[in-house]
Structure formats: C-alpha cells, structure tokens
Design a protein around this ligand. Structure first.
Ligand code: UDP
Length: 330
C-alpha cells in the first residue's frame, strides 16, 4: 500500500517524500503547485496535480491506488499574510482539510499524519512549551492549524480516522546533498533571508525588534532541521501502524537561538560578515518559542540528528549556493 503525500512538492513535503522512499515506502504525491515546485517532485514518484479542495480528484487518487495513510502538508503558511487575508487561509487550510477528511472517510483511508505548527500556541506562558500548554493562536494561520487539528480529533472520535499532529517549530536547513531545499516566494523566513545577503540578492538583513525581553533583545526560536522533521513523520507512521494512540507532538530541539545568534552562526558558516540593520518588531512575533520535544522522543522514538545550529545553516547555505534562484532555472 502507498502513502499519499499532499503537498509533496513543498519544502517539508519534498524532504519527507525522500525519507519515505529511503525507508522503502511506496509514495504518491498530490500537489496543486501553487507554492510547491515541479522540480522538487521526486521523479520516482507518481504525481497528481490536484487541489485538496477537489474531492472528485482526491477520490480518483484513492480509487486508482491503495492508500494506507495520508501525509498532509498542503497548506498556506505565511503568518503575516494570514493576518491580511484570513479567508484565504481558512479556505485552503480549513476547507481543504474538510474535503480531504471527507474523501478519506468515504474511501476508507484511516490514518493521517498532519503538519501542524508551534503557531497553535500563540504567546506562550512558559518555555519550553509542552503539548498540554494553552493553545491560543495570535494569527489566522495558527488558528487554521488549530482548527484542522480539532477537525481531525472529532473525525477520529466519530469515524475512527487515526492521526498524529506534528507541531513544527522553526523548520530550517536543506537535504545534505543540496538537491532539495527551501524556496518560498516571497521568502519571509530568517535563515534564507540572511543567506540572501552573501549571495548578493539582498543588501542587508533587518532584525525585527531589539527590545524583546531576551538576553540580547532579539526573538528566540527553536530551529529544527527539515530532515529531522521528515524523520519524525516516518516515526509517526510506524507509531500508528503499531497501534499508537492518536495524539499531537511538538517537533523541536529544545534549544533556542536569538536572531542575533543566528546571524553570528551564519557568519561563522560562510566565513564573512553579513550586513545587518535593526528594525521594529514584526506584528504577532512572540519573544520566545522553544519546544519541549520530549514527548516525540519518548513516544514516537524520534531522535533528531542535527543538534548544532551551524550545521543546520551549513546545509541551507549549500542548497542556496547550488541553487541561487531556487528551483527556477538561472
Ligand atoms: N526575523 C527577522 N528578520 C527577518 C525575518 C525574520 O528578524 O527578515 C525574525 C522574526 O521576527 C522571528 C525569527 O526571525 O523572530 C524567525 O522568523 P521566521 O519568519 O523565520 O519564522 P517564524 O518564527 O515567524 O515562524
């Protein structure tokens, strides 16, 4: 039986497809290529260009293939945009989940691994954050992910669809061979934006806020390597196969790095200074987001391998150097 990866042409989806194939799984990708890249699709994989809001298209995939489980990465992700365009996010993310779950239940597919986010927590009361901490998203993106988690929970109770929701902290890095990596348009994430400076694509990096209640005044985040995130999905699949109980898990290293520390680490990796400027805070940014990843380690038997932020940045630097225009031809 195969694993259907919705959003398999995207950043985390494409890395997970690769891990699945390496683990000997049969994989099928569904992606509407709205933000994903055709060039990120593994050529060994059967690909359906389809939107998850298209139930007929999903049911066709379920009819033509024996699908054991769905990995669901297909969603909009940019928190800032979600504040301006909440309905765009509720349509693709929440309504998309509705249709996907309808198609799954109508076709008897009963396992889902869902890409959730640290954004479900909003402003944390304490760090490291654990899975029982309060969930109060501060933007429509986080709200959409929380609603999606809740939808799956209710469908689990009623129809028995089993799930693992994986709450990612800051996904970063790229495959070690540099063949797949991060390529968002527009790019909003810290590490690729920092690396655009030495690549000559940007004059400087702006630090969003230097007056946070942190040791150096800049925001602290938990940067987790994309290959480690991908691995967690395989662990989650095997956990469900082994009869594990449906649940949500944080995916992070448990270590926080400030924006300034990330810039310093990037300078070490590339061996040059990176021009920076100090700007105002970005709306909705919590001062500190650090995961407790203990539950995933214990219950899913997940072991992240990238424990060093310089190594993470080095894989991103390798990818961006090899593909200065991302997946577009130069
Ligand atoms: N950030 C920054 N300058 C940028 C982009 C991001 O200072 O040009 C900061 C941002 O305010 C946050 C951290 O870097 O504190 C990580 O932001 P990113 O957008 O990568 O991930 P998020 O934590 O928002 O998911």
């Amino acid at each position: 039986m195969a694993i259907l990866v919705c959003g398999g042409a995207g950043y985390i989806g494409s890395h997970t497809v690769r891990q699945l194939i390496e683990a000997g799984e049969e994989v099928i990708i569904a992606d509407n290529l709205s933000t994903g890249h055709r060039a990120a699709i593994n050529p060994a994989v059967k690909f359906y260009e389809c939107d998850i809001r298209d139930k007929a298209a999903l049911k066709k995939i379920f009819a033509e293939n024996q699908i054991e489980a769905v990995f669901h990465f297909a969603a909009y992700i940019e928190a800032g945009e979600s504040v301006r365009l909440p309905l765009k996010f509720f349509n693709n993310n929440v309504y998309g989940m509705q249709i996907l779950l309808e198609a799954m239940t109508e076709c008897g597919v009963d396992k889902i691994i869902f890409s959730s986010s640290a954004a479900v927590y909003g402003e944390p009361e304490r760090v490291p954050i654990d899975e029982l901490d309060k969930t109060e998203p501060t933007n429509p993106y986080g709200e959409s992910k929380l609603i999606m988690e809740k939808m799956i929970r209710w469908v689990n109770a009623a129809q028995g669809v089993r799930y693992v929701s994986l709450r990612y902290f800051n996904a970063s890095g790229a495959s070690e061979d540099g063949s797949i990596g991060e390529d968002h348009h527009p790019e909003t994430h810290l590490i690729p934006l920092i690396l655009q400076v030495p690549l000559g694509k940007r004059d400087h990096i702006t630090i969003f806020g230097t007056d946070y209640p942190t040791p150096d005044g800049t925001c602290i985040r938990d940067y987790i390597h994309v290959v480690d995130l991908a691995d967690a999905h395989i662990c989650a699949l095997n956990y469900l196969r082994g009869g594990g109980k449906s649940d949500a898990f944080n995916l992070g290293t448990g270590h926080g790095f400030s924006v300034k520390e990330i810039i310093d680490a990037a300078e070490k990796v590339i061996g040059r200074k990176i021009k920076k400027e100090f700007g105002i805070r970005r709306a909705g940014d919590p001062a500190r987001l650090i995961a407790s990843g203990e539950k995933a380690r214990k219950v899913l038997k997940w072991t992240p391998h990238f424990d060093d932020v310089e190594k993470i940045i080095a894989t991103a630097w390798n990818w961006h150097n090899l593909h200065p225009n991302g997946y577009e031809e130069a």
